[in-house]
Write a protein that binds this ligand. Structure first.
Ligand code: PLP
Length: 363
């Protein structure tokens, strides 16, 4: 038996703790990935993902990869040599998109923002007269900021809107069709309350028609993946790769859990937990990092007070309470903490626990 690693309260930027139903589903027997029972499961998961994405896109499925794999899949299918990609960068993940788009051969028009600020829609929309793609991160986990995707969609014109919903899906209002998202990727390990390993993915017909033919990635070629996902093309499933069947079972359990609670109730639960956490942190005299009015409920960034060593506090939380919170990113590595309340952790109990433990650790 390998060692069972200790239980942790995962109050960092992700992964978060998983719903108990999800962990139970992960212990079910392994099933063949072309077994009719599994194909039915994949169809149910795609239907559930349509609901959390807020889309009717037939091409909605879990890509067999983490969020970064979803990012790579989205970009490699949308941009190739010389295609113009306008990418909003207000944190680490916008920056990662630029790097991937560059490797795909795109002409990247990067629109930088101060970290902690939301995407400036006007600047992004006027950055290039006719980009093929406009890309942005809905919920920037590195800074704790939410951006207005609906406004980008309203002004995108002929461009395709590519969106990262890793830290928003299943926790914040997300309406891919209403907001004009053409292609989006997410992750399972945050508000969906499922371990890392799959990337909920959605592609509109418009994006599919304008996809790169013969993209540089075979594994992520959405033209080939159509045969595996099936529904969109209406043909029988064929082998493309061996689907991570057990992870898909876990995802189904997570989706069932969320949809039974009601998507809007889940969003409200995340909003309430985020607001209570922010109030508690401010009541302790701490200063929030992300711009007011644009703060994520699922991920709160707070400044490390003067005279306090970030790493010491995080070590104390881990060793004394089994609580993980995140350090900041880049130049804010030692001056900001990131506290995530996602999935099952979007609860009053988690808020009370993390606030009490942090107060003790700082003292
Ligand atoms: N995008 C955002 C907003 C993220 O928060 C993350 C991970 O934290 C990713 C992309 C990359 O996902 P992964 O780490 O699962 O590859």
């Amino acid at each position: 038996m390998p060692e069972i690693l200790p239980f942790r309260y995962l109050f960092g930027p992700g992964p978060g703790n998983a719903y108990p139903e999800v962990m139970a589903a992960l212990s079910h027997p392994v099933i063949g990935h072309l077994d009719p029972a599994f194909i039915d499961r994949l169809d149910r998961v795609s239907a559930g993902l349509r609901r959390v994405w807020g889309t009717a896109n037939a091409r909605t499925w879990p890509v067999s990869a983490t969020g970064s794999g979803g990012m790579e899949a989205a970009l490699v299918n949308m941009v190739s040599d010389g295609d113009v990609a306008v990418i909003a960068v207000n944190g680490m993940f916008g920056d990662r998109m630029c790097e991937i788009a560059r490797r795909c051969g795109a002409e990247v028009v990067r629109v930088d923002h101060a970290w902690g600020q939301p995407v400036d829609v006007d600047r992004v929309l006027s950055a290039h007269p006719h980009p093929k793609v406009i890309a942005a991160v809905h919920a920037e986990t590195s800074t704790g900021v939410r951006s207005d995707i609906a406004a980008l969609g309203a002004g995108k014109g002929d461009a395709l809107l590519l969106v990262d919903a890793v830290t928003s899906i299943g926790g914040l209002e997300l309406r891919a069709d209403d907001w004009g998202i053409d292609i989006g990727y997410a992750g399972t390990q945050k508000c969906l309350g499922v371990p890392p390993g799959l990337s909920p993915f959605t592609v509109s017909d418009r994006a599919f028609e304008r996809r790169v033919q013969d993209p540089r990635s075979w594994y992520f070629d959405i033209g080939l993946l159509g045969g595996y996902v099936g529904a969109a093309e209406g043909h029988t499933r064929t082998y493309h790769h061996t689907a991570p069947v057990t992870m898909v079972a876990g995802l189904e359990a997570g989706l069932d859990r969320i949809l039974a609670e009601g998507l809007e109730n889940v969003w409200a639960r995340h909003e309430a937990a985020g607001a209570a956490l922010r109030d508690g942190l401010e009541a302790m005299g701490l200063e929030l990092f992300a711009a007011e009015g644009h703060r994520l409920p699922s991920l709160t960034t707070v400044k490390v007070p003067d005279g306090v060593t970030s790493a010491r506090v995080r070590r104390h939380l881990l060793e004394r309470f089994g609580i993980e919170i995140g350090a900041g990113v880049g130049e804010f590595a030692s001056t900001v903490w990131r506290i995530g309340l996602m999935g099952p952790n979007a609860s009053p109990a988690a808020v009370t626990l993390v606030l009490g433990a942090l107060e003790e650790a700082i003292a």
